[in-house]
Ligand binder design. Structure first.
Ligand code: URA
Length: 257
């Protein structure tokens, strides 16, 4: 099925008032990310009889966990992504950086201006604070760890306009790649930075204050939610800074002791 046919099909459903479609796990592995098979597209014309039920459709999309997945494959599958509106304003897609075998992964919200310019996550002011937090806490706790030892990525890979919070559909579309990154790396723990990352991983609307300080879970991997470094940069959030340090200490000891 061509892209235009898929679009035509989805528009047809939208016109019927169907707002959500769901992907199903393919029953057989499919190697090519773009491969989609469906039943024939109904040709709707002005003279078509009124349809009483939507035509049966089988959509086979790539499995969420392709065999022998790795970061390079995921990056190739993302390609010059135009799957959501965020591509319109981006300069560089920010895939993630760090150690593919990392035992700890940090997940942020989405690239800011500096990250969009460099194509790397957490390189602006918030990123510098994150680096200090990781390396400073590790040093104090006697854990030999520097930033390149961990892996850092975001829920969405393209900068939202005016640094706004990513919208649910953007998070869902990009989420499939975050999922694959995490499944490939299989860290011992994940640190979710801020409420967007918490929401994407845990599916909860609870805020950071409620979630932080105790282990949550993404599939079988422990998740620690803590404050986003951008939040900690605001001068009136100094108490949160102490709490974030405590959270990080707990994570580092869990992962590296
Ligand atoms: N904020 C994020 O959430 N991610 C980045 O990469 C930078 C800032």
């Amino acid at each position: 099925m061509t892209k235009d046919e898929v679009r035509q099909y989805l528009e047809f459903y939208r016109d019927l008032g169907v707002k959500s479609v769901y992907r199903r796990q393919a029953s057989a592995p499919i190697e090519r990310a773009a491969e989609i098979r469906t039943a024939p597209v109904p040709q709707i014309t002005a003279s078509s009889p009124q349809l009483t039920a939507p035509p049966k459709q089988i959509v086979v999309v790539p499995p969420l966990e392709p065999a022998h997945d790795n970061l390079l494959k995921i990056m190739e599958d993302i390609g010059e992504c135009k799957r959501c509106r965020l591509h319109e304003g981006r300069n560089r897609l920010v895939f993630g950086s760090g150690n593919e075998q990392a035992r700890l992964v940090f997940v942020g919200e989405g690239p800011g201006a500096d990250e969009d310019a460099q194509g790397l996550p957490f390189v602006g002011r918030a990123g510098q604070l994150l680096t200090q937090m990781i390396e400073g806490t590790a040093r104090k706790e006697g854990i030999p760890l520097s930033r390149p030892d961990v892996y850092i990525c975001n829920v969405v890979k393209c900068r939202p306009p005016e640094n706004r919070t990513p919208q649910p559909d953007e998070m869902e579309i990009c989420g499939q790649f975050l999922y694959r990154q995490l499944m490939t790396i299989r860290p011992k723990a994940i640190c979710a930075l801020g409420s967007t990352a918490a929401k994407a991983l845990l599916g909860t609307k609870d805020g950071v204050t409620r979630l932080r300080g105790k282990w949550q879970q993404w599939r079988d991997i422990p998740v620690m939610v803590t404050y986003h470094p951008s939040y900690l940069l605001r001068p009136y959030n100094q108490n949160a800074k102490k709490e974030a340090w405590e959270d990080l200490k707990m994570v580092l000891h869990y992962v590296y002791d």
